[in-house]
Design a protein around this ligand. Structure first.
Ligand code: SF4
Length: 321
Protein backbone atom coordinates (compact mmCIF):
# COMPACT_ATOMS: atom_id res chain seq x y z
CA UNK A 1 0.00 0.00 0.00
CA UNK A 2 1.34 3.43 -0.94
CA UNK A 3 1.52 5.93 1.92
CA UNK A 4 0.44 9.51 1.13
CA UNK A 5 3.23 12.00 1.94
CA UNK A 6 2.53 15.19 3.97
CA UNK A 7 3.05 18.64 2.34
CA UNK A 8 6.43 19.37 0.79
CA UNK A 9 8.48 21.77 2.94
CA UNK A 10 11.73 21.91 0.95
CA UNK A 11 12.23 21.39 -2.79
CA UNK A 12 15.76 20.83 -4.08
CA UNK A 13 15.52 21.38 -7.85
CA UNK A 14 18.21 20.49 -10.40
CA UNK A 15 20.95 21.38 -7.91
CA UNK A 16 24.48 21.08 -9.27
CA UNK A 17 27.71 21.84 -7.45
CA UNK A 18 31.06 21.76 -9.26
CA UNK A 19 34.46 22.66 -7.90
CA UNK A 20 37.37 23.80 -10.08
CA UNK A 21 40.34 21.45 -9.70
CA UNK A 22 43.92 22.77 -9.83
CA UNK A 23 44.56 21.24 -13.27
CA UNK A 24 41.59 23.11 -14.77
CA UNK A 25 39.21 20.16 -14.72
CA UNK A 26 35.84 20.26 -12.94
CA UNK A 27 34.95 18.10 -9.96
CA UNK A 28 31.21 17.39 -9.96
CA UNK A 29 30.14 16.84 -6.34
CA UNK A 30 26.37 17.08 -7.01
CA UNK A 31 24.93 16.52 -10.47
CA UNK A 32 21.41 17.83 -11.17
CA UNK A 33 19.88 16.72 -7.85
CA UNK A 34 16.10 16.97 -7.51
CA UNK A 35 14.45 15.77 -4.30
CA UNK A 36 11.76 16.90 -1.84
CA UNK A 37 11.63 16.91 1.94
CA UNK A 38 8.21 16.60 3.59
CA UNK A 39 6.92 18.50 6.62
CA UNK A 40 7.52 16.71 9.93
CA UNK A 41 9.28 13.78 8.28
CA UNK A 42 12.87 12.60 7.80
CA UNK A 43 14.60 12.49 4.43
CA UNK A 44 17.63 10.21 4.61
CA UNK A 45 20.52 10.79 2.24
CA UNK A 46 22.85 7.81 2.09
CA UNK A 47 25.97 6.79 0.21
CA UNK A 48 29.66 6.07 0.67
CA UNK A 49 32.24 8.75 1.54
CA UNK A 50 32.69 11.13 -1.39
CA UNK A 51 29.25 10.49 -2.92
CA UNK A 52 28.30 14.15 -2.49
CA UNK A 53 25.75 13.88 0.33
CA UNK A 54 27.50 16.36 2.64
CA UNK A 55 28.18 18.78 -0.23
CA UNK A 56 24.48 18.62 -1.09
CA UNK A 57 23.38 19.78 2.36
CA UNK A 58 26.21 22.33 2.62
CA UNK A 59 24.94 23.81 -0.66
CA UNK A 60 21.35 23.85 0.61
CA UNK A 61 22.58 25.65 3.74
CA UNK A 62 24.58 28.10 1.57
CA UNK A 63 27.81 27.14 3.33
CA UNK A 64 29.10 26.63 -0.20
CA UNK A 65 27.50 28.36 -3.23
CA UNK A 66 25.60 26.27 -5.77
CA UNK A 67 26.77 26.13 -9.40
CA UNK A 68 23.14 25.99 -10.59
CA UNK A 69 19.69 24.95 -9.42
CA UNK A 70 17.16 26.09 -6.84
CA UNK A 71 16.17 25.32 -3.26
CA UNK A 72 12.57 26.35 -2.64
CA UNK A 73 11.54 26.93 0.98
CA UNK A 74 8.47 28.90 2.03
CA UNK A 75 7.77 29.93 -1.55
CA UNK A 76 11.19 31.37 -2.42
CA UNK A 77 14.55 30.23 -3.75
CA UNK A 78 16.69 30.52 -0.63
CA UNK A 79 19.91 30.28 -2.68
CA UNK A 80 19.14 33.81 -3.93
CA UNK A 81 18.78 35.29 -0.43
CA UNK A 82 21.51 37.68 0.67
CA UNK A 83 22.34 39.77 3.76
CA UNK A 84 19.68 40.04 6.47
CA UNK A 85 17.18 37.91 4.51
CA UNK A 86 19.69 35.04 4.38
CA UNK A 87 20.49 35.49 8.09
CA UNK A 88 16.82 35.37 9.05
CA UNK A 89 16.33 32.26 6.88
CA UNK A 90 19.15 30.51 8.80
CA UNK A 91 16.95 30.63 11.91
CA UNK A 92 14.61 28.21 10.21
CA UNK A 93 17.18 25.69 8.94
CA UNK A 94 19.71 24.56 11.52
CA UNK A 95 22.39 21.88 11.62
CA UNK A 96 23.64 19.20 14.04
CA UNK A 97 27.27 18.27 13.37
CA UNK A 98 29.07 14.94 13.63
CA UNK A 99 31.66 16.38 16.03
CA UNK A 100 29.94 18.96 18.23
CA UNK A 101 33.16 19.56 20.21
CA UNK A 102 34.79 20.99 17.08
CA UNK A 103 31.74 23.24 16.55
CA UNK A 104 31.70 24.62 20.13
CA UNK A 105 33.95 27.34 21.53
CA UNK A 106 35.83 25.44 24.31
CA UNK A 107 36.00 28.62 26.43
CA UNK A 108 32.22 28.97 26.56
CA UNK A 109 30.08 27.36 29.25
CA UNK A 110 27.21 25.07 28.27
CA UNK A 111 24.66 27.81 29.05
CA UNK A 112 26.47 30.24 26.74
CA UNK A 113 26.72 27.70 23.93
CA UNK A 114 23.07 26.75 24.05
CA UNK A 115 21.70 30.29 24.27
CA UNK A 116 24.16 32.07 21.96
CA UNK A 117 21.88 31.81 18.86
CA UNK A 118 18.99 33.37 20.84
CA UNK A 119 21.17 36.27 22.02
CA UNK A 120 22.53 36.78 18.47
CA UNK A 121 19.00 37.16 17.12
CA UNK A 122 17.93 39.35 20.06
CA UNK A 123 15.30 36.83 21.15
CA UNK A 124 16.29 36.79 24.85
CA UNK A 125 18.02 39.19 27.24
CA UNK A 126 21.23 38.30 29.10
CA UNK A 127 19.19 38.15 32.33
CA UNK A 128 17.16 35.29 30.80
CA UNK A 129 20.15 33.09 29.88
CA UNK A 130 20.02 30.76 32.90
CA UNK A 131 16.28 30.11 32.69
CA UNK A 132 16.39 29.50 28.92
CA UNK A 133 19.48 27.27 29.22
CA UNK A 134 17.73 25.12 31.85
CA UNK A 135 14.66 24.80 29.60
CA UNK A 136 16.73 23.77 26.56
CA UNK A 137 18.80 21.29 28.59
CA UNK A 138 15.62 19.71 29.97
CA UNK A 139 14.33 19.35 26.38
CA UNK A 140 17.33 17.13 25.55
CA UNK A 141 17.23 15.31 28.92
CA UNK A 142 20.34 16.94 30.44
CA UNK A 143 20.28 18.14 34.09
CA UNK A 144 20.13 21.95 34.58
CA UNK A 145 23.35 21.98 36.64
CA UNK A 146 25.25 21.08 33.45
CA UNK A 147 24.82 24.72 32.35
CA UNK A 148 27.89 25.77 34.39
CA UNK A 149 30.12 23.10 32.79
CA UNK A 150 32.44 23.36 29.79
CA UNK A 151 31.86 21.09 26.75
CA UNK A 152 35.10 19.09 27.20
CA UNK A 153 33.77 17.80 30.56
CA UNK A 154 30.75 16.15 28.84
CA UNK A 155 30.62 12.65 27.32
CA UNK A 156 30.15 12.20 23.54
CA UNK A 157 26.43 11.54 23.93
CA UNK A 158 25.97 14.52 26.28
CA UNK A 159 27.80 16.79 23.83
CA UNK A 160 25.54 15.62 21.00
CA UNK A 161 22.48 16.39 23.17
CA UNK A 162 23.94 19.86 23.69
CA UNK A 163 24.41 20.19 19.90
CA UNK A 164 20.76 19.26 19.38
CA UNK A 165 19.61 21.73 22.05
CA UNK A 166 21.60 24.53 20.39
CA UNK A 167 20.24 23.62 16.94
CA UNK A 168 16.66 23.63 18.25
CA UNK A 169 17.01 26.84 20.33
CA UNK A 170 15.74 28.97 17.43
CA UNK A 171 12.80 26.60 16.82
CA UNK A 172 13.80 25.76 13.24
CA UNK A 173 11.47 24.04 10.80
CA UNK A 174 14.27 21.95 9.27
CA UNK A 175 17.28 20.39 11.00
CA UNK A 176 20.15 18.90 9.01
CA UNK A 177 21.83 16.04 10.87
CA UNK A 178 25.18 15.49 9.12
CA UNK A 179 26.44 12.10 10.36
CA UNK A 180 25.18 13.33 13.75
CA UNK A 181 25.30 9.90 15.38
CA UNK A 182 28.19 8.31 13.45
CA UNK A 183 30.90 8.97 16.05
CA UNK A 184 28.87 7.56 18.97
CA UNK A 185 28.82 4.10 20.55
CA UNK A 186 25.85 2.02 19.39
CA UNK A 187 23.97 2.27 22.71
CA UNK A 188 24.46 6.07 22.83
CA UNK A 189 23.51 6.31 19.15
CA UNK A 190 20.23 4.57 19.91
CA UNK A 191 19.40 7.05 22.70
CA UNK A 192 20.21 10.06 20.48
CA UNK A 193 18.02 8.66 17.70
CA UNK A 194 15.17 8.14 20.19
CA UNK A 195 15.60 11.78 21.27
CA UNK A 196 15.52 13.01 17.66
CA UNK A 197 12.35 11.02 16.97
CA UNK A 198 10.64 12.31 20.14
CA UNK A 199 11.52 15.93 19.31
CA UNK A 200 10.26 15.47 15.74
CA UNK A 201 6.91 14.20 17.01
CA UNK A 202 6.60 17.02 19.58
CA UNK A 203 7.71 19.90 17.37
CA UNK A 204 6.93 18.73 13.83
CA UNK A 205 10.54 19.20 12.71
CA UNK A 206 11.72 18.00 9.30
CA UNK A 207 15.12 16.28 9.34
CA UNK A 208 17.60 15.89 6.52
CA UNK A 209 19.48 12.87 7.88
CA UNK A 210 22.89 12.41 6.24
CA UNK A 211 24.34 9.02 7.09
CA UNK A 212 26.47 6.19 5.70
CA UNK A 213 24.79 3.57 7.94
CA UNK A 214 22.08 2.03 5.77
CA UNK A 215 20.50 0.14 8.69
CA UNK A 216 20.10 3.31 10.71
CA UNK A 217 18.68 5.22 7.75
CA UNK A 218 16.18 2.41 7.19
CA UNK A 219 14.98 2.77 10.79
CA UNK A 220 14.97 6.56 11.03
CA UNK A 221 13.79 7.85 7.66
CA UNK A 222 10.44 8.23 5.91
CA UNK A 223 12.06 8.77 2.50
CA UNK A 224 15.57 7.79 1.39
CA UNK A 225 17.74 9.14 -1.42
CA UNK A 226 20.68 6.88 -2.31
CA UNK A 227 23.57 8.91 -3.75
CA UNK A 228 26.43 7.64 -5.88
CA UNK A 229 29.10 9.85 -7.47
CA UNK A 230 27.06 13.02 -7.11
CA UNK A 231 23.78 11.58 -8.47
CA UNK A 232 20.67 10.17 -6.80
CA UNK A 233 20.48 6.61 -8.14
CA UNK A 234 17.42 5.55 -6.12
CA UNK A 235 14.70 7.37 -4.19
CA UNK A 236 12.47 5.34 -1.92
CA UNK A 237 9.29 6.97 -0.56
CA UNK A 238 5.62 6.15 -0.37
CA UNK A 239 6.03 4.08 2.79
CA UNK A 240 8.49 1.64 1.17
CA UNK A 241 11.69 0.53 2.94
CA UNK A 242 15.21 0.28 1.65
CA UNK A 243 15.87 -3.06 3.40
CA UNK A 244 12.94 -4.82 1.71
CA UNK A 245 12.25 -2.69 -1.38
CA UNK A 246 15.67 -1.37 -2.53
CA UNK A 247 16.14 -2.19 -6.24
CA UNK A 248 19.20 -0.42 -7.63
CA UNK A 249 22.29 -2.67 -7.89
CA UNK A 250 24.28 -0.13 -5.83
CA UNK A 251 21.63 -0.07 -3.08
CA UNK A 252 21.61 -3.87 -3.01
CA UNK A 253 25.41 -3.96 -2.84
CA UNK A 254 25.29 -1.51 0.08
CA UNK A 255 22.75 -3.72 1.86
CA UNK A 256 24.87 -6.84 1.37
CA UNK A 257 27.98 -5.11 2.73
CA UNK A 258 26.35 -4.30 6.08
CA UNK A 259 26.83 -6.39 9.20
CA UNK A 260 23.51 -7.42 10.78
CA UNK A 261 22.97 -8.95 14.23
CA UNK A 262 20.37 -11.37 12.82
CA UNK A 263 22.58 -13.09 10.24
CA UNK A 264 21.21 -16.39 9.05
CA UNK A 265 23.49 -19.45 8.73
CA UNK A 266 25.27 -19.38 5.39
CA UNK A 267 24.59 -15.67 4.83
CA UNK A 268 27.66 -13.65 3.80
CA UNK A 269 28.80 -10.06 4.17
CA UNK A 270 29.92 -9.00 0.70
CA UNK A 271 32.09 -5.90 0.90
CA UNK A 272 31.89 -3.41 -1.95
CA UNK A 273 35.28 -4.30 -3.39
CA UNK A 274 36.44 -1.26 -5.31
CA UNK A 275 36.59 2.41 -4.35
CA UNK A 276 34.16 5.03 -5.67
CA UNK A 277 35.78 6.41 -8.88
CA UNK A 278 37.05 10.00 -8.89
CA UNK A 279 34.34 12.60 -9.50
CA UNK A 280 36.95 14.29 -11.75
CA UNK A 281 36.67 11.48 -14.26
CA UNK A 282 32.96 10.80 -14.35
CA UNK A 283 32.22 8.04 -16.87
CA UNK A 284 29.79 9.05 -19.67
CA UNK A 285 27.16 6.40 -18.86
CA UNK A 286 25.92 5.03 -15.56
CA UNK A 287 28.11 6.26 -12.69
CA UNK A 288 28.01 2.75 -11.14
CA UNK A 289 29.02 0.96 -14.38
CA UNK A 290 32.61 0.27 -13.26
CA UNK A 291 31.46 -1.68 -10.19
CA UNK A 292 28.19 -3.21 -11.40
CA UNK A 293 27.99 -6.94 -12.12
CA UNK A 294 25.00 -6.36 -14.46
CA UNK A 295 26.70 -3.71 -16.63
CA UNK A 296 25.98 -3.91 -20.40
CA UNK A 297 27.03 -1.74 -23.37
CA UNK A 298 24.21 0.80 -22.94
CA UNK A 299 25.26 1.32 -19.31
CA UNK A 300 28.70 2.55 -20.45
CA UNK A 301 27.35 5.05 -22.99
CA UNK A 302 24.03 6.38 -21.67
CA UNK A 303 23.38 7.72 -18.19
CA UNK A 304 20.12 6.22 -16.84
CA UNK A 305 17.60 8.78 -15.56
CA UNK A 306 15.54 8.40 -12.39
CA UNK A 307 12.13 6.99 -13.27
CA UNK A 308 9.19 5.95 -11.14
CA UNK A 309 8.91 2.17 -11.08
CA UNK A 310 6.38 1.93 -8.25
CA UNK A 311 4.39 4.93 -6.89
CA UNK A 312 6.81 6.95 -4.75
CA UNK A 313 9.82 4.81 -5.73
CA UNK A 314 12.30 6.01 -8.39
CA UNK A 315 15.30 4.12 -9.76
CA UNK A 316 18.03 5.15 -12.25
CA UNK A 317 19.07 1.88 -13.90
CA UNK A 318 18.73 0.57 -17.47
CA UNK A 319 18.02 -2.87 -16.04
CA UNK A 320 14.91 -1.83 -14.07
CA UNK A 321 11.86 -0.93 -16.17
FE1 SF4 B 1 24.35 -1.53 -13.38
FE2 SF4 B 1 23.69 -0.71 -15.84
FE3 SF4 B 1 21.96 -0.43 -13.85
FE4 SF4 B 1 24.14 1.07 -13.94
S1 SF4 B 1 22.45 1.09 -15.41
S2 SF4 B 1 23.33 0.06 -12.16
S3 SF4 B 1 25.64 -0.35 -14.77
S4 SF4 B 1 22.71 -2.37 -14.68
Amino acid sequence: MTVKEPPVILQIKNLTKRFAAEDGRQLTACDDITVNAYAGQTLGIIGESGCGKSTLVRTVLQITPATSGEVIFEGQDILKLRGEAARQNRRKIQMVFQDPLAAFNPKMKVKEIVTEPLLNFGLIKKSEVNAKAAELLEMVELPPEFMERYPHSLSGGQRQRLGIARALALEPKIVVCDEATSALDVSVQEKICELLVRLQKEKGITYLFICHDIGLVDLMCHQIAVMYLGSIVEYIGGGRRISTDGMHPYTKALMKSVFKVDFKPGERIEPLESEVPSPLDLPPGCPFAGRCEYCTDICRSEKPQLKEVVPGHLVACHLIK
